[in-house]
Design a protein around this ligand. Structure first.
Ligand SMILES: Cc1cc2nc3c(=O)[nH]c(=O)nc-3n(C[C@H](O)[C@H](O)[C@H](O)COP(=O)(O)OP(=O)(O)OC[C@H]3O[C@@H](n4cnc5c(N)ncnc54)[C@H](O)[C@@H]3O)c2cc1C
Length: 499
């Protein structure tokens, strides 16, 4: 903890930020840039725990960051990282332009490449679906025009007051691709990147999907050293900015003044942090427990309570002695495109498996959608103390995933040393979303998008629940929240001065 203060003696800040993920840490850096005295509260032992990864048997494994769009020179994330001071502390590297993401289709053994730079994106998909030029062009044009219409994704637009990515009058990705083509395999390929936000194609608003995947049409980068390097850069910048980080500290309540204005937060230790502005950058549903029910209108409470989580996952971790060629500068998606757009259901042999060794070279991660409900029988067990039948199921799943890799890319299965699996229960305990969500709460067509300001004066929302998941979504959300507090124009002018 870098913040201090005697237990029970309130500490005063201009703003307290709840949750020290990418969103919370970004909010803290932006506000401190404008001279605010800021504290961040994070329940884990370090800031940005999801980026930091973990060590097992002395070996480090990366978790929450492998690649991103929008990091090319002058693109939106590049500008954000420059402004925050993170660019100076990390080294970016480009993914392979041709086939940064490569699908290997189990049903046909075809290889389908997603490439970046607009023409290459189109041409590589067209090589796999030569009769589908119209559908491919329409998909790309629609996705890019949606991105370009959003002030936060288009650096030439005014960083303004318009809404964020989600839109109440939208269509689902699934109905959009169903209109484009009759080819089930192409439909599946165009929906596969739902793995990057964890909401199925029939529920994700097209605009949200476009905002997440569109930037990958233009450039794709990783960070040398992976998420842990980015995490270290956040630590350094927060320290230099004089932000007080309360780590291993859990917020348990918020206090509200007589006029209904926010007054601060209470930590599990009993410590009070006083502030006229509080930014909530963790699961928005937590507010239901932390505030008196009169603080929000019943309809808003119902809306928060109805938020559903994104898909959970099985996550395979392992290391290779040498970097594996098949994963050099690209990720693989082992998929069964005959399954169509039912990406999150089916057997282990049918569900898509994302494989990456981005960032660290020898660390390999595999992510496959998985329902939390399959692990409900063990939901009351604790990490490190789970029973034999759970461990048996986990081992079986690990072997089945390894077999799947072995059938398609034996180079990877042979190189993988001591692979092990994280289940939805592991994710639940690690990420603090009750159903083990990979990307927090889901942005669904059926839900009205969350807004930054709440009815409690001085209490604002940020986080992946506000804009979108991913480094991009988390940072856009953070800048948007800070723009609401500071004035969007003021933030935009400072951002522009960095370039
Ligand atoms: C396996 C995996 C791989 C991923 N790969 C990529 C990738 O390649 N590229 C990409 O762009 N994105 C990727 N992501 C997504 C990206 O990491 C997330 O979208 C992003 O980190 C979310 O940041 P956030 O700050 O909004 O949310 P979170 O990281 O969830 O931050 C919320 C924070 O609040 C803390 N918290 C919760 N409750 C409390 C409380 N009561 N008191 C105090 N603190 C609390 C939590 O510990 C957490 O640190 C990946 C995610 C996962 C899980």
């Amino acid at each position: 903890m870098s913040g201090s203060g005697l237990r029970g003696e309130p500490l005063n800040y201009d703003a307290v930020i709840v949750g020290g993920g990418i969103s919370g840490a970004t909010c803290a850096l932006v506000l401190s840039h404008f001279g605010w005295r800021v504290a961040v509260v994070e329940r884990e032992a370090h800031i940005t725990p999801l980026l930091r990864g973990f060590s097992r048997h002395g070996v480090h494994h990366d978790t929450g960051f492998h690649y991103a769009g929008g990091l090319g020179k002058g693109e939106v994330l590049d500008r954000f990282l420059g402004f925050l001071g993170l660019s100076r502390k990390i080294e970016l590297y480009p993914f392979k332009r041709q086939g940064f993401d490569r699908i290997i289709d189990r049903s046909t053994s075809d290889v389908i490449d997603f490439s970046y730079a607009e023409q290459d994106w189109r041409d590589s998909l067209l090589a796999a679906f030569p009769h589908e030029a119209t559908a491919i062009d329409r998909f790309q044009q629609t996705v890019l025009s949606i991105c370009d219409s959003m002030p936060y994704l288009n650096t030439k637009k005014t960083f303004g007051e318009e809404g964020l990515f989600a839109h109440s009058q939208d269509v689902s990705l699934q109905s959009f691709v169903a209109e484009l083509t009759q080819d089930h395999r192409l439909r599946a390929a165009l929906c596969l990147h739902c793995l990057l936000h964890g909401t199925p194609p029939d529920q994700i608003p097209l605009r949200l999907h476009a905002a997440v995947v569109g930037p990958y049409c233009r450039s794709v980068h990783g960070v040398r050293g992976g998420g842990s390097q980015l995490s270290q850069a956040f630590d350094d910048c927060l320290q230099q900015a004089g932000v007080d980080s309360f780590c291993s500290s859990t917020v348990t309540a918020m206090s509200v003044g007589r006029e209904g204005e926010i007054a601060g937060v209470l930590l599990a230790s009993g410590q009070k942090l006083v502030a006229k502005q509080v930014i909530h950058a963790a699961d928005p549903r937590l507010l239901l427990d932390w505030l008196d029910e009169r603080c929000f209108r019943p309809v808003y409470r119902r809306r928060l309570a109805a938020l559903q989580e994104t898909q959970s996952a099985l996550v395979l971790f392992g290391r290779s002695a040498q970097p594996v060629d098949a994963l050099a500068g690209r990720n693989l998606y082992l998929a069964d495109l005959q399954q169509g757009t039912q990406l999150f259901s089916g057997t282990i042999a049918q569900r898509p498996l994302y494989l990456s060794s981005a960032g660290q070279g020898c660390g390999i991660i595999g992510i496959m959608p998985e329902d939390y409900s399959r692990f409900e029988p063990w939901q009351n067990t604790r990490r490190g103390q789970r029973p034999d039948d759970y461990r048996h199921v986990k081992q079986q799943y690990c072997e089945q995933i390894m077999e799947r890799i072995d059938q398609t890319v034996p180079e990877i299965s042979q190189a993988l040393q001591s692979p092990f699996l994280a289940t939805p229960l592991t994710l639940r305990d690690y990420l603090h979303y009750p159903q083990g969500a990979v990307y927090g709460v889901s942005h669904q067509l059926a839900h009205y998008p969350l807004q930054v300001a709440t009815r409690v004066r001085g209490l604002y929302l940020s986080g992946q629940a506000l804009a979108a998941p991913g480094l991009m979504g988390a940072m856009v959300g953070a800048f948007y929240t800070c723009g609401t507090l500071l004035g969007h124009q003021r933030v935009a002018e400072e951002l522009n001065q960095c370039h």
